[in-house]
Design a protein around this ligand. Structure first.
Ligand SMILES: NC(=O)c1ccc[n+]([C@@H]2O[C@H](COP(=O)([O-])OP(=O)(O)OC[C@H]3O[C@@H](n4cnc5c(N)ncnc54)[C@H](OP(=O)(O)O)[C@@H]3O)[C@@H](O)[C@H]2O)c1
Length: 506
C-alpha cells in the first residue's frame, strides 16, 4: 500500500482555509487539475456520505465519497469509490491546524492507496505533486484572487451548495454527523449451510444511536468462527444476517455518549455481534480500538481477532514462558502462526501439527521448532517422542472432535489442555476421571469474555500492537478476496489449503 503525505503553510486564517476545504464540492474552483464537479443526489456538499462526481482536466473521471468531517477539529476524510485511474482503496485525510505566529494555517494532506505493481512511484508522484502540492498552490491563488475572503454559498451557486457552510456554522460542533443512512454492500448468510449460502446484497448503515459508531470498512478479517456461524453451529445470528467478527476502517460518525473514538479515527475491532462482512457498518463503539499509525488497516484486520486470542492464550489463561513446551494445532493457520511466533519469543519450545510439508515449512519459519505433519490428527506418539515421554505442558487445540483422544495422550501430567476451537467438529463430553488420572486441566475459553472489560481490551490491544511494531510478530496475510467472493474464501479456509490470516477487501 502506498502512503503519500504532503503539508504546507497557507498565509490565511484557519477559518478562511477551512471554508474552502470543508465544502466537498469547492475543489473545481481552486484546484488547477479539477474540471466540472457535482454532488450526486443533490445532497449537501458537507454531508458525510455525499458523493462528488467530477472530471479531471486530463479527461479522467472520479467519484469520491466524504466519509468524515469535523468542524471542531478541522479535518475531513474521503475515499475514491470508482475512477478511470487504476487506484484502489484510496483514502485521504485533510487536516488543518492553526499557526499562531501570524494567524496562518498548517495544512496536512495524507492518503493511502494501491496501484498496479510497478506503477507505485508514478502514482506517488502524481498524487503528491499533481494533486496535493498543486492543491496548496491552487488555494493560495484562489485566496489571492478573492482578496483573502472565505468561500461562501454564492461561490457554489444555490443549486450546488445546498446551504452547507451557513448551516454547518449554525449546527456548531455537532456538524459532520451524517443525517441519514449510508448506502453500502454486505455479505449475508441467507440460511445456515455451506459456503453457497453467502450472498452479496445492497444494504445501508443507519445513523449511529447512543453508544454506537458508523464505520467505513477497509479490510475485513475472516475467521474460523465465521464458518461455525454460517453453519449454525454457534447460534450467533438468525439468517438472513451478516456474519463476521473482525475488521478495520475509518469512523464516519458516532452517536451520543461515545468518547473512545471520533469521526476520522482509524480503528479495528474483534467482537460479537456478527456483521463485519460489509462495506459500511453501524455497531457498538465500545469494542473499537484506535490504530497506531504504524499498523496498517490490512494488518489490523488480519491480527485483531487472532492476535488478541494469542494474547489471552499466552499471557492470561496461563502465562507461557521459558521452560514450557507447548503443542499448537493448525500451526500454520491464522491463530497458529501468531501463537508459534509469540510463544517462541517468550522462550517456550513450540511443537505444532500441520497437514502438509509446505505448511510445516511455514510453521517452522514462524517459530515452530518441531512441526509434525499429521493430516489425520495422529500426533501423540511424535509429541511423546519429542518430549522424552513427558508430553506438552499446554496443548492449544482448535481441532476439537477428531483430536480429543490424542490430546489427552499428548498433554503432560499436571498439564493444560486448552480446547478453544472445533474445526473437526464439537469436542465430545470428556469423563473427568480421564483428566483426574494425570491431574490434567481442561479449559474452554472464548476471546470475547476476555475483551468484555474495556480496560483489559485496551491492555491486550496495546500488547498486540507493540509486538507487531517491534517485529516480534509478523502478521502473514495468506489470502485476499473481494467482499463479494466471501464464499470462495470460506471454501479455501475449510479445504485446509490456507496459511496465515485471510482478508475480504470491500
Ligand atoms: N476460543 C477462542 O477464543 C478462539 C479465538 C480465535 C480462534 N479460535 C479457533 O482457533 C482455530 C483456528 O482459527 P483460524 O481462524 O486461525 O483458522 P485456521 O487455523 O487458519 O484454519 C483452520 C485450520 O485447521 C486445520 N484443520 C484440521 N482439520 C480440519 C478440518 N477437518 N477442516 C478444516 N480445517 C482443519 C487446518 O490446518 P492443517 O491443514 O494444517 O491441519 C486449517 O488450516 C479455530 O478452531 C477457531 O475456532 C478460537
Amino acid at each position: 500500500m502506498i502512503k503519500v503525505t504532503r503539508s504546507a503553510v497557507i498565509d490565511a486564517p484557519i477559518g478562511v482555509v477551512w471554508s474552502l476545504i470543508r465544502d466537498f464540492n469547492s475543489h473545481w474552483a481552486w484546484h488547477p487539475a479539477v474540471g466540472p464537479s457535482r454532488i450526486e443526489r443533490d445532497e449537501p456538499a458537507d454531508q458525510v456520505g455525499c458523493v462528488r462526481n467530477f472530471a479531471l482536466k486530463d479527461g479522467n473521471r472520479i467519484r469520491e465519497q466524504l466519509i468524515a468531517l469535523s468542524d471542531r477539529e478541522h479535518f475531513s476524510t474521503y475515499c475514491i469509490l470508482d475512477a478511470t485511474l487504476p487506484m484502489r482503496r484510496y483514502v485521504a485525510t485533510v487536516r488543518l491546524s492553526r499557526v499562531t505566529d501570524g494567524d496562518r494555517t498548517f495544512w496536512h494532506w495524507q492518503s493511502t492507496f494501491d496501484v498496479p505493481r510497478g506503477r507505485e512511484r508514478e502514482f506517488a508522484e502524481l498524487v503528491g505533486r499533481g494533486v496535493y502540492e498543486a492543491g496548496f498552490q491552487g488555494v493560495r491563488d484562489w485566496l489571492r484572487a478573492n482578496g483573502g475572503r472565505p468561500w461562501s454559498m454564492r461561490d457554489q451557486g444555490p443549486s450546488r451548495d445546498g446551504g452547507g457552510i451557513a448551516e454547518a456554522i449554525a449546527r456548531g460542533p455537532a456538524a459532520g454527523r451524517a443525517r441519514g443512512p449510508v448506502a453500502g454492500q454486505a455479505v449475508f448468510v441467507e440460511r445456515h449451510g455451506g459456503p453457497d449460502v453467502l450472498a452479496l446484497r445492497a444494504t445501508s448503515a443507519p445513523p449511529p444511536g447512543p453508544g454506537e459508531a458508523r464505520i467505513r470498512q477497509t479490510a475485513i478479517g475472516i475467521n474460523y468462527i465465521d464458518v461455525y456461524v454460517r453453519k449454525g453451529l454457534y447460534p450467533l445470528l438468525t439468517p438472513p444476517a451478516v456474519p463476521g467478527m473482525e475488521a478495520a476502517g475509518i469512523v464516519v460518525d458516532v452517536g451520543e455518549g461515545v468518547s473512545n473514538v471520533a469521526p476520522g479515527d482509524r480503528v479495528a475491532y474483534a467482537c460479537a455481534p456478527p456483521g463485519s462482512y460489509a462495506t459500511v457498518r453501524t455497531m457498538p463503539a465500545a469494542p473499537l480500538v484506535k490504530l497506531p499509525a504504524r499498523i496498517d488497516d490490512e494488518t489490523a484486520a488480519a491480527a485483531m481477532l487472532k492476535g488478541l486470542s494469542a494474547e489471552y492464550l499466552l499471557f492470561r489463561l496461563r502465562r507461557v514462558g521459558a521452560g514450557d513446551t507447548i503443542l499448537v494445532h493448525a500451526a500454520a493457520g491464522g491463530v497458529g502462526l501468531l501463537l508459534c511466533q509469540w510463544a517462541s519469543r517468550l522462550g517456550a519450545t513450540v511443537l505444532g501439527t500441520v497437514s502438509t510439508e509446505d505448511k510445516a515449512r511455514t510453521a517452522r519459519a514462524h517459530g515452530c521448532a518441531h512441526p509434525i505433519v499429521a493430516p489425520d490428527a495422529r500426533f501423540a506418539d511424535r509429541v511423546l517422542e519429542l518430549t522424552s515421554g513427558r508430553g506438552a505442558d499446554v496443548v492449544y487445540d482448535g481441532l476439537g472432535a477428531d483430536a480429543a483422544d490424542e490430546n489427552l495422550r499428548a498433554v503432560a501430567t499436571t498439564g493444560l489442555w486448552v480446547s478453544y476451537g472445533q474445526a473437526t467438529g464439537p469436542l465430545p463430553p470428556i469423563d473427568p476421571a480421564r483428566l483426574e488420572a494425570r491431574s490434567i486441566s481442561l479449559a474452554r475459553p472464548v476471546l470475547f469474555h476476555f475483551t468484555e472489560d474495556p480496560r483489559r481490551l485496551a491492555e491486550m490491544s496495546a500488547r498486540l500492537f507493540d509486538a507487531i511494531e517491534r517485529n516480534l510478530l509478523t502478521v502473514r496475510v495468506g489470502g485476499r478476496w473481494p467482499l463479494g467472493a466471501a464464499a470462495d474464501a470460506h471454501r479455501a479456509l475449510e479445504s485446509r489449503g490456507t496459511r496465515g490470516s485471510l482478508l475480504l477487501l470491500p
